[in-house]
Design a protein around this ligand. Structure first.
Ligand SMILES: Nc1ncnc2c1ncn2[C@@H]1O[C@H](COP(=O)(O)OP(=O)(O)OP(=O)(O)O)[C@@H](O)[C@H]1O
Ligand SMILES: O=c1ccn([C@@H]2O[C@H](COP(=O)(O)O)[C@@H](O)[C@H]2O)c(=O)[nH]1
Length: 232
């Protein structure tokens, strides 16, 4: 079983696939899935995207730097939203971000992160990498290394990596395991190349799983071979 986990969630985990905003049904599902792994006493960090609010590239009339800043703020909004949802269910969490100074957001300080984990908090890393031109996949890779995670789990809307986009090609074939070298060479689009590259350099594997299938997250943390594992 993995003991230190960085979980990358799509913003759509809050809205439902393809949706915007926040869905009560999805939030209930999300909390139930998190509760299953939180009870295992693991050190859990979460990076959440903002596809349910803004993705920079969706704001066509904006300069990309401006659009990306809105996207990054969206990830802080999602993190705070999630903190509140967790709180109502008795799950302790803390929002950490290098980009905003708000009473409920703590600055990113490595020494404190360990203390939050020791005190049983889930750490919600908001604000992406703090730089435009990136996405939360890259932020997840950075935070995973910084928290010394033993796995980065990307919980998304496909059940793993295929030789081509399974949402577009019915005959796409799934990989159970793939190396970073192969993923980068084949230009696999399920995750940013920057994220692959950071994890490869730091000897951290990634697990891609379908978030929308009940029980998947728990199975992945317990080491069951679901989804696709990207190995260095
Ligand atoms: N070779 C591939 N194998 C698997 N999925 C692929 C592949 N190529 C492209 N994809 C697409 O990648 C998508 C997952 O990545 P995407 O960045 O959209 O999600 P996310 O990171 O979970 O969301 P967010 O942008 O909200 O953080 C899937 O919907 C899938 O269609
Ligand atoms: O490091 C980062 C992370 C994110 N952004 C912007 O935020 C949105 C939302 O993140 P997703 O990973 O797409 O859900 C992203 O599209 C970027 O616009 C960023 O600029 N830098």
């Amino acid at each position: 079983m993995y003991k230190r986990v960085l979980l990358k969630l799509s913003g759509e985990a809050l809205s439902g696939e393809g949706g915007k905003g926040f869905s009560e049904k999805m939030l209930t599902y999300l909390v139930n899935e998190i509760q299953k792994i939180h009870s295992l006493n693991i050190k859990l960090g979460i990076v959440i995207g903002a596809g349910n609010i803004f993705r920079g590239k969706e704001l066509k009339d904006f300069r990309i730097q401006m659009a990306d800043q809105l996207g990054m703020l969206g990830t802080v909004i999602n993190s705070l939203y999630l903190k509140n949802v967790f709180e109502k269910k008795g799950i302790k969490s803390i929002v950490v971000s290098p980009i905003v100074n708000l009473p409920s957001v703590m600055p990113l300080k490595y020494d404190f992160i360990e203390q939050y984990f020791e005190a049983g908090y889930i750490v919600l890393f908001g604000g992406g990498t703090s730089n435009p031109l990136f996405t939360t996949d890259t932020a997840a890779a950075l935070r995973a290394i910084e928290m010394n995670a033993d796995i980065l789990v990307k919980a998304t809307k496909v059940d793993g990596i295929y030789n081509k986009d399974p949402k577009l090609f019915e005959d796409a074939k799934k990989y159970d395991i793939i190396t970073y070298e192969q993923a980068i060479k084949e230009q696999i689009k399920v995750m940013d190349t920057e994220a692959f590259s950071i994890c490869e350099k730091n000897n951290l594997s990634i697990l891609i799983i379908n978030f929308f299938k009940e029980g998947n997250l728990l199975k992945a943390i317990e080491g069951e071979n679901i989804g696709t594992k990207v190995n260095y």
